[in-house]
Design a protein around this ligand. Structure first.
Ligand code: 5GP
Length: 181
């Protein structure tokens, strides 16, 4: 069964726009981290599409890792303050420059928790590269060092972002049509 044609009330960013943005951000990352012990950490599942685009343009030596950070429960569109992280135990953090790749920074609680974890394990530095940022929703003082697009307080889907685990594979980012929530 195909997705409804009107699942998005508005398309915000097309695949081509996102790929160009990934290239732009990767060039900044290449310049900033050249010669540093960089580990790029992709947060599952939402950031995977953007991460793949970004990594194609990263041309410096780095490790890549995947972690799962969950704050959403079930089919809600609200962030729950209780962030759970998995797989962080399985890679070296000490003295590494950590760059977390996120799909979206909303309240900032997920990043805040991740920053705290990496700092506690003596990373050399920790920063975030996010495709989308909703600064109006912020509850903590997280400012993404690399940000694709700032958006309004709307629930978006596509390009890795889900609603109740669906719609991640839509090849653009858009606002979900409220009639499907
Ligand atoms: P934060 O901890 O910053 O509030 O939330 C980060 C996570 O919440 C994101 O990685 C993402 O999974 C989810 N999230 C926040 N806003 C949205 C949204 O508009 N759409 C979707 N699909 N997920 C969102």
């Amino acid at each position: 069964m195909k997705y409804p044609n009107d699942i998005m009330s508005k398309v915000l960013y097309t695949e081509d726009q996102i790929i160009l943005k990934a290239k732009e951000l990767a060039e900044r990352i290449n310049a900033d981290y050249d010669g540093k012990p960089l580990t790029i950490v992709c947060t599952l599942k939402g950031a995977t599409f953007f991460f793949a685009d970004l990594m194609k343009y990263i041309n410096i030596n780095c490790n890549i890792e995947f972690i799962k950070a969950s704050s959403y429960v079930g089919n809600t569109t609200m962030t729950i303050g209780n962030v759970q992280i998995s797989n962080v135990m399985n890679f070296v953090i000490e003295n590494r420059d950590i760059l977390i790749v996120e799909d979206i920074v909303d309240t900032g609680l997920t990043c805040d928790k991740l920053f705290e974890y990496f700092r506690k394990h003596n990373c050399a530095s920790v920063n975030v590269c996010t495709l989308l940022d909703k600064p109006s929703r912020r509850q903590v003082g997280i400012i993404p060092k690399y940000c694709g697009y700032e958006i309004e307080d709307e629930f978006v889907i596509g390009y890795g972002l889900d609603y109740n685990e669906s719609y991640r594979n839509i090849p653009c980012v858009g606002i979900i049509n409220k009639k499907y929530i």
